[in-house]
Ligand binder design. Sequence first.
Ligand code: SAH
Length: 363
Amino acid sequence: MKQELVFEAPRRQMPPRHFADLDEAGRLQAVADLGLPAFRAKQLANQYYGRLTADPAAMTDLPAALRGRLAETLFPTLLTAVRQIECDAGETRKTLWRAGDGTTVESVLMRYPQRNTVCISSQAGCGMACPFCATGQGGLTRNLSAAEILEQVRAAAATLRDEHGDRLSNIVFMGMGEPLANYNRVISVLRRIIAAPPNGFGISARSVTVSTVGLAPAIRRLADEGLGVTLALSLHAPDDELRDTLVPVNNRWNLAEALDAARYYADTTGRRISVEYALIRDVNDQPWRADLLGKKLHAALGPLVHVNLIPLNPTPGSQWDASPKPVEREFVRRVRAKGVTCTVRDTRGREIAAACGQLAAEG
Ligand code: SAH
């Protein structure tokens, strides 16, 4: 079935306001509205971003009488974990979350020897309709609030601390949704992620990756925000004819426009662009397409690009499959021959439908 492109999320009730929706000024205002002294704002920020606590009952440095009121007004429960599945010998864990309105989203925590990465969702569903992606097949339910996105980060950081005595180092917006279609909320989330505690989680901007289908104007806007996060561009084809079908938004902003915007991003931020390319057997894996990809990326971005090949994760009901390994190796070789660095992404989470593009939140 062919899906329609949806840029505007359906008008649905958003969750109640949460502490994590607020910036520093907003937090001060919120505590003032509750008739509390300003220092409480900092105390709460310390609890949330520093101690990773979202439950006022556990905030023992606050007067007991105040905790209940705070739970009601500033810390409503936004996401409840309804299912967790592990694979890769426990190094990968997918969590299915249910929001207050019954909407479900997923996040995936991946532990590596040198880093810990959480893959988070920015929308419930997705309106971008890429035919090879499980999320894309279900359409867009609604945007997530800033706090709903940040709660996925906080939960991952708390799990790493409590179960492994470790820290969260990397965040990728590669779960459900198109982050740049939920632009304002994602920007405030990025600011909270990057800000040093107690104002945020204090994660280095370069360790945060925003992945997009290529909404060109939004990429330029993001460049001008001065955040310095890593941009991943989901290309999947080096020619408009094929990309029009694999990434339908290409009909609105084509390859040249997406690459121009990526160039602007790289020039403005000094950050190398990560190009995502899901290798699909007999669809986009031909040697000539590898040559064309390398050539176009070298011309557009020079050394400011890295290609991440993702072996396609087949989704239920799809006729597509990953390319055979020899084809994949030849593809890598040809892209590199054009002077563009290229590696193959590992396929964490495959057995638990937690790999790239498999998040569908069916419960
Ligand atoms: N909307 C954003 C984030 C989505 S997921 C984007 O499109 O960039 C992150 C990456 O996984 C994207 O590059 C997406 O194209 C890729 N992906 C989606 N489905 C996939 C699948 N079945 N196999 C491999 N990669 C997939």
